[in-house]
Design a protein around this ligand. Structure first.
Ligand code: FAD
Length: 289
């Protein structure tokens, strides 16, 4: 099913998974998807070579399994940094053959030695997909704290408007830990004539090291209340991870109470963590019990 059609009817709940890296078998990711499907998400998205990991070769196969074996709507990520029109078209054809109707069109991170080829920005990729595969529903990324390379929030919103005008049907946010920043961003989008739905992406922190990495790769602000919880958890990795789940549950329930279009969980291939979040969203009434 097209994700924009789902968003037109309800507030959504969805998960992201990433394909296995290196020698890990494809079946591992399929098992994760199978576990996540038990929560009946509206869709499951699969990343494409995130962080320049080069693990894109299994994305289409996982999307196929999600869509056709698990019968959950699939959202396939696609990045265009260093891609040619030929490779993009071949990937789109693979998705079409698997009956996948949704693609998240991204530029991809800058990595040394990988320069743009046929597409400079995500908006170029979106325009290409829209003209070549007009039946595909196209998602795009957005940044409540501005994109790390963007000189200002104004420029970040202008880039979003370009993606909307090129044909994006919905947006998914970068992770953040301070909901007030998202509410402010949502107002800026409304003022900047961004009319497509904005699905909120949340990643529970799992450790002090992981949240520090996130802050530097995504430019996410870490509020002092988060730092205090990590300090309170001490050096115990399990306590730090549990603090992350509890914080994400509170963050998500607050977002739910503030009328978001959808909630998307960066599951990090951890179904048990995802189930805990799912349970909290049932408890706060966002999801039906
Ligand atoms: P763009 O929209 O092209 O923006 C990139 C930068 O260029 C921004 O600073 C923007 O303001 C600026 N810009 C845009 N258009 C113009 C213009 N015409 N003139 C001047 N400046 C312009 N990465 C992966 O590798 N794989 C994934 O699967 C993946 N999934 C993601 C999912 C989500 C929900 C999010 C939020 C990010 C994801 N990323 C992924 C990371 C993403 O690739 C990076 O954040 C990347 O740096 C930017 O991608 P984009 O599509 O937003 O790029």
């Amino acid at each position: 099913m097209r994700i924009d059609s789902i968003l037109a009817k309800k507030q959504t709940y969805s998960y992201e998974i990433f394909p296995p890296k290196g020698e890990l078998p494809l079946e591992e990711a399929c098992k994760v998807a199978q576990e996540l499907a038990l929560d009946h998400p509206d869709w499951i998205s699969t990343t494409f070579s995130a962080g320049g990991s080069g693990n894109s070769q299994n994305t289409a196969a996982i999307c196929d399994a999600v869509q056709n074996s698990l019968h959950v709507t699939s959202l396939a990520h696609l990045t265009c940094m260093g891609a040619t029109t030929e490779t993009v078209d071949a990937y789109l054809d693979t998705l079409s053959r698997a009956g996948i109707e949704n693609v998240l069109a991204l530029r991809g991170d800058r990595v040394p030695g990988r320069e743009p080829k046929d597409f400079e920005y995500a908006s170029d990729l979106i325009a290409h997909i829209k003209s070549r595969n007009p039946d595909l529903c196209i998602g795009a990324a957005c940044y409540p704290e501005g994109h790390v390379e963007s000189p200002s929030m104004e420029k970040s919103i202008e880039a979003l408007k370009r993606k909307q005008d090129a044909g994006a049907d919905f947006l998914v946010t970068q992770l953040f830990f301070d909901n007030e920043l998202f509410y402010h961003f949502r107002d800026l989008c409304a003022r900047g004539r961004i009319k497509i739905p904005i699905v909120v992406g949340i990643m529970p922190f799992t450790s002090k090291n992981q949240i520090q990495r996130m802050a530097f790769t995504c430019g996410a602000t870490i509020p002092s209340r988060v730092i205090k919880r990590i300090i309170a958890a001490g050096e115990d990795p399990a306590a730090q991870a549990e603090a992350g789940v509890v914080y994400a549950q509170e963050q998500l329930c607050d977002l739910a109470a503030n009328g978001v279009d959808g909630l998307h969980i960066y599951s990090m291939n951890k179904p048990q963590m995802a189930h805990k979040i799912h349970a909290a969203l049932k408890e706060c009434g966002y999801l039906a019990s």
